[in-house]
Every structure is written in structure tokens, then in C-alpha cells.
Design a protein around this ligand. Structure first.
Ligand SMILES: Cc1cc2nc3c(=O)[nH]c(=O)nc-3n(C[C@H](O)[C@H](O)[C@H](O)COP(=O)(O)OP(=O)(O)OC[C@H]3O[C@@H](n4cnc5c(N)ncnc54)[C@H](O)[C@@H]3O)c2cc1C
Length: 511
């Protein structure tokens, strides 16, 4: 079967759903191809055992590490992509992140656009995803004369105490910018529950994700269609290789060829690179749109860790994800390089804690540990290394990654422990492994980015500054892959803002 549409969007996550929303009112015939299905609304959505221990919503696909050893990635193939499971901490990159920054481990390169280019789209993205926050308290806040669309979420009492202790210590905790849909169902009675928010799908749809806040709006337009269980196998070009002529998709177990004038690839940084490599042909022997040889390279996913701090005070918090700390983002008093960013994680429970720690802390049971735990997420920048890359081996995705710039992350962890210990209430600190996957290293692909970088020079980038391929005229790549550096804040808002910018460009200059 062959079919024709105006625009194909591959993937319905942060990039794909948002650009679908932006292009929907163009009246063009848009087909979104999503390899996964809707996550069912079921009681397991909020079951820690199912979500974190049995990995119910994670792909069963196996990838290879640099030694060809198989691992199960913390990757989600479903409508809404990884945002269905995300924590909705929606940060703008800092203004300095768009410039060259000297790090302990090397240089974080300059982006081909500035903060000012993305600023109006960041605001549009914050409105679309109902971001709550307050500007000007975070010492690294990028400038904007407009407030956040919604006020910050209040701290629960125990979290307020931690904030106060950290302020006394001399830090500047700030309200975490977070996407929460207010009053989505005016008929709903009783308080909605946000305690199962971070890492869980949200059956109440209070989490602002790509499905609820973009895709659903796009699908209100008759010209936009979504195919689920539609996995794209290959992008086919015309005989001269200048344009994509068709997309080869397996839709509900049938192979279909679809022609389109424009193809927007939004399969996520790892899968987009893999699909381009897989689509090599005689005009593109190195992979589609890969004359520069950057496709798959410069893979980044942040130096991340999760930490549980145990204090003598019980923590009855339901939703703890209400503050962040950026005092060490650029440097510290005793280290001249950037250390990174700290934010709260969703409150852990007994199951998550017992999965992390083989034995309870001295004097605690797992249950008591969970009742006293305060959970943190620490992110430092990893640097783009051309040898950290996505490849294909025997049709499987292979991820080659060697850690870099790790020392600042260790220093950041020590800074947090020191600041918390200062209050006299925290006595034990544990790494929390179970959050994104059992192995926080190679399998923790949540923040994947950088594999199809954008730039002005077609020798060193695959995409131009509107994420259009330098080599293949009608191809755009709109997801985490265009990043030139990873910064130390969560990536989704930057992906969403860029999708809005590219959508604007396509409407004004291409259609
Ligand atoms: C547990 C968790 C917590 C997170 N917390 C945060 C957070 O608090 N803040 C933040 O900013 N970020 C967070 N992230 C990261 C965030 O979710 C991602 O940065 C974001 O979703 C990436 O958007 P994307 O468009 O690049 O890819 P995705 O959202 O992953 O979307 C890609 C889509 O493409 C589909 N696809 C892939 N291959 C194909 C194919 N061949 N054919 C058809 N469809 C295909 C996939 O099924 C998927 O739906 C978190 C991620 C996880 C997993």
C-alpha cells in the first residue's frame, strides 16, 4: 500500500507532539507515526513494584554497550514518548549555556543560536506546558520580563524546613519550575495526588506531558492523524539523494510506504540517529544526511545521580519536587569550574528504597528509612565527545560511552551532603539507583541528546539552525538530538521550545 500526506512526523514525544501542535493549524495533511501505543490507564500506573522493579512501561528491547554486552535501556516507546514518565521539571538552559564554557574536563562548545533566539519560544513552551515557578530567586535564572504562567507550587512542611535549613547555611533554594495542569477536570472532587508523579505515568493527567499538552490539541484538527504501533524502518530518498521520497513503516504488522513533502524525525536522540544510520543508501553511504559524519556522535546523557538523605525528622511529604539549588551551577568558592544543578525528586517509598539498598541503614528498617528519606537529583554537564556515539550492530542499537567531566559531579554531591549535614538533622546518604533503571550508567538514557547536532557549518553539523538537514532538503530533526552541549538542567523544555521555533519556521518559510 502507498499513501501520500504533506507532512510526516516520526515520534510523538516532546519534540514530535509539540511540533505537531504548532503545525496543526496550517491545514496541511499531517501524519504522526508512533511506534508505541497509549499507556493504559490502570492501577499499575502508580505501583512502584510494577514501574521501577518490573519495568512495566520500559521497552523490552536490548541494546549493546561498547563491549557488545546487552543491556535493557530505560527507554519508553509509547504515545507521548519519555514525557509520559518524566518529572516535568521544565527548565530553560542558562544564558551562559549557549556560549562556550570552560569545564574541568574540557570545553562545552558554543551553540549556533543564542538564548535571545529561543527566549520567546521558551515562554510559549512554559505556557503550553503550564509551568509553575517564580523568576529571579534562582541566582542563575535567565532573564525574562514575563513571569511564569503559574505561581510556584507550595512546599509541604518538611520540605519547607529543608529549604529553611539550606537558606540558613547560605544557599538560595528556588521554586522548581514544573509542568502541572491546573483544574484539568473541574468535575473531579477531592485533592489530586502528585506523590506518584516523577517516573510514573499519571492517570489523572495533572502532569503536563507531550500527549496531554500538545498531541491532544493537535489531534483536534481534522488534518492531523496519529498512527500508533507504527514503527518507521527506513527513510527512502529520490534517486539523486537530495530529498526523502518515502517513509517505510511497519503499521500494525503491515509494511507500508508513505510519501510526504516534509519529514520531521522526532524519535528521540538515540533512535533518530539510529534511523538515519539505518537509512544509508548509495547517495548517503555513511547514513542519511550524514556527509558531516556527526550523526550518532557526541552522544550525551548528563552526569546524573539520585541521592536519598536520611534525617532524624520524619518526612510525611506527598509531593516533594518543589525546589532546586543552582548555587554551584557556575562554580563554587573552592572550585573554578561548573559543578552542576540539584533538584528534588519524587518521594521514594519502601519498595524503591529496598531495591536500592541491600541492607537497611543502621538503626532503621526499610519502612522507617522511607518515612525519613528526602530525595535529591543531581545533574552535571557531560561534554560532547565524538567517540561517544550511537552505532548499529546486527540491526541492534549500540551505545559507546566513556564518562567525562565526572569530578565536578562528585564535588557537587559532597557540597550537598555538607550543606545538609550542617543542619545537624541528616546522618546517612545513599545513592538511589532504581529511579531511571537498575543501572544508572549506560542504561539511564532519560536525558539523551546531542547525536544529530545543529550548526552553521555543514562540515561539523548535520542540521542547520532550524534543525533542517544540510544534505536532505525536506528532512528536519526535532528532538533531543540537535543539542551541541548538554548544559546541567533537564532537557525537555529546550526540546519543546525548539520544536515551536522550527514549527514557526516551517509555517512561515517552507509551506
Ligand atoms: C523517568 C524520566 C524522568 C524524566 N524527567 C525529566 C524532567 O523532569 N525534566 C525534563 O526536562 N526531562 C525529563 N526527562 C527527559 C525527557 O522526558 C526527554 O528529554 C524528552 O522526552 C525527550 O524528547 P524527545 O522528543 O527527544 O524524545 P521522546 O520524548 O522519547 O519521544 C520519542 C518518540 O519517538 C518514538 N519512536 C522512536 N523510534 C521510532 C520509530 N522508529 N518509529 C516511530 N516512532 C518512534 C518513541 O516511541 C517516542 O514516543 C525524563 C525522562 C525519564 C525517562
Amino acid at each position: 500500500m502507498t499513501k501520500h500526506v504533506d507532512i510526516i512526523i516520526i515520534g510523538s514525544g516532546a519534540g514530535g507532539a509539540t511540533i505537531a501542535y504548532k503545525l496543526a493549524d496550517s491545514g496541511k495533511k499531517i501524519l504522526i507515526l508512533e511506534r508505541g501505543d497509549y499507556i493504559p490507564i490502570e492501577k499499575e500506573n502508580w505501583d512502584s513494584e510494577e514501574v521501577f522493579v518490573k519495568n512495566r512501561y520500559t521497552t523490552k528491547e536490548k541494546w549493546l554497550d561498547k563491549n557488545d554486552k546487552e543491556f535493557g535501556p530505560g527507554q519508553h516507546y509509547n504515545v507521548g514518548g519519555n514525557t509520559k514518565l518524566y518529572g516535568a521539571a521544565l527548565f530553560r538552559m542558562r544564558e551562559s549555556d549557549f556560549n562556550e564554557v570552560k569545564h574541568y574536563g574540557g570545553i562545552s562548545p558554543k551553540w549556533p543560536i543564542s538564548y535571545t533566539d529561543l527566549k520567546p519560544y521558551y515562554l510559549e513552551a512554559e505556557k503550553l506546558y503550564n509551568v509553575h515557578g517564580e523568576r529571579g530567586i534562582d541566582p542563575t535564572d535567565p532573564n525574562d520580563e514575563n513571569p511564569y504562567p503559574l505561581p510556584p507550587l507550595p512546599h509541604e512542611p518538611r520540605i519547607q524546613e529543608v529549604v529553611d535549613d539550606l537558606k540558613t547555611f547560605g544557599l538560595h533554594p528556588f521554586p522548581l519550575p514544573i509542568g502541572v495542569n491546573p483544574d484539568i477536570d473541574k468535575k473531579a472532587s477531592g485533592p489530586f495526588v502528585l506523590d506518584r508523579f516523577d517516573g510514573f505515568p499519571d492517570p489523572t493527567e495533572h502532569k503536563a506531558d507531550a500527549q496531554t499538552n500538545s498531541l491532544r490539541l493537535a489531534l483536534k484538527h481534522d488534518n492531523v492523524t496519529l498512527w500508533t504501533n507504527a514503527q518507521v524502518n527506513k527513510l527512502l530518498t529520490n534517486s539523486s539523494g537530495t530529498e526523502i521520497s518515502a517513509v517505510d513503516v511497519n503499521y500494525q504488522n503491515e509494511n507500508i510506504i508513505i510519501n510526504a513533502d516534509i519529514v520531521i524525525l522526532s524519535a528521540g536522540a538515540i533512535n533518530s540517529a539510529a534511523l538515519l544510520l539505518k537509512s544509508a543508501n548509495d547517495k548517503h553511504p555513511n547514513g542519511l544526511g550524514n556527509a558531516s559524519d556527526v550523526v550518532g556522535r557526541h552522544y550525551m546523557f548528563h552526569n546524573n545521580s539520585a541521592m536519598i538523605a536520611l534525617s532524624t525528622e520524619p518526612n510525611h511529604t506527598k509531593f516533594g519536587k518543589t525546589f532546586g539549588i543552582n548555587d554551584y551551577y557556575h562554580r563554587s568558592e573552592d572550585f573554578e569550574f561548573p559543578l552542576g544543578h540539584i533538584q528534588m525528586l519524587g518521594k521514594s517509598d519502601k519498595i524503591q528504597i529496598s531495591g536500592d539498598s541491600p541492607i537497611p541503614a543502621p538503626g532503621f528498617t526499610f519502612d522507617i528509612m522511607a518515612k525519613h528519606a528526602v530525595d535529591f537529583w543531581l545533574t552535571s554537564e557531560d561534554l560532547p565527545d565524538p567517540n561517544n556515539r550511537i552505532m548499529l550492530k546486527d540491526e541492534k542499537i549500540k551505545v559507546i560511552y566513556n564518562k567525562n567531566n565526572w569530578l565536578p559531579h562528585e564535588k557537587l554531591t559532597e557540597k550537598l551532603k555538607y550543606a545538609l549535614s550542617h543542619s545537624g538533622k541528616f546522618s546517612h546518604f545513599f545513592p538511589k539507583h532504581i529511579y531511571f533503571s537498575k543501572n544508572m550508567d549506560i542504561a539511564a538514557v532519560a536525558h539523551q541528546n546531542g547525536t544529530v547536532r545543529f550548526g552553521n557549518d555543514s562540515k561539523t553539523s548535520a542540521l542547520d539552525i532550524f534543525c533542517q538537514s544540510h544534505d536532505v532538503k525536506n528532512l528536519f530533526v526535532v528532538d533531543g538530538s540537535f543539542f551541541v552541549s548538554s548544559s546541567a538542567v533537564n532537557p525537555a523544555l529546550t526540546i519543546i521550545a525548539m520544536a515551536l521555533r522550527v514549527g514557526d519556521y516551517i509555517k512561515k518559510d517552507i509551506l
